[in-house]
Design a protein around this ligand. Structure first.
Ligand code: FES
Length: 157
């Protein structure tokens, strides 16, 4: 990101939250809402401007699961591991996705196309095992269907 743009963005945020309690967290929230994650160059600038050690900023970022340090994937895959889905084979769906995309839980693929999350009950247990890609729900998913489902969202075979 361009140095000047970073400075202006942070300066505005710092002024907005100056002297307010919990300002570091509020500023980080705004940064993440804007970028989808907290870029490193912004953390560095923030540390300078708030006169807070960079280590303290990273402590806050890593303490709250909400904050992300890398750009989120274009498509978010949420695989349900609630009881019903677990019993109907969700673990094997997760393994298949990990194999096909070479990605781990909570991480984004190298090409930035998919982010894989494992979640608790999605509220449609009658369709278990269930997964969602963005806001599209797939129910009664079989391991053999995963490749086709991913292809629909842009994965090349
Ligand atoms: S357990 Fe998966 S939708 Fe409820």
């Amino acid at each position: 990101m361009e140095e000047k743009a970073v400075s202006i963005e942070i300066k505005n945020l710092v002024e907005k939250w100056k002297g307010k309690e919990g300002n570091l967290i509020m500023i980080l929230h705004e940064i993440q809402n804007h970028h989808g994650y907290v870029p490193r160059d912004i953390s560095l600038k923030l540390s300078e401007m708030l006169d807070v050690p960079l280590a303290r900023i990273y402590e806050v970022i890593t303490f709250y699961n909400y904050f992300k340090l890398s750009p989120p994937g274009k498509h978010r895959i949420s695989v349900c591991m609630g009881t019903a889905c677990y019993l109907k084979g969700a673990p094997s769906l997760i393994e298949e996705i990990k194999d096909l995309l070479d990605v781990e839980e909570g991480k984004t693929t190298k090409d930035g196309l998919f982010h894989l999350d494992v979640v608790r009950c999605l509220g449609c247990c009658g369709l278990s095992p269930v997964l969602m890609i963005d806001d599209k729900v797939y129910g009664k998913v079989k391991k053999a269907e995963i490749a086709d489902i991913l292809a629909k969202h842009g994965k090349e075979g």
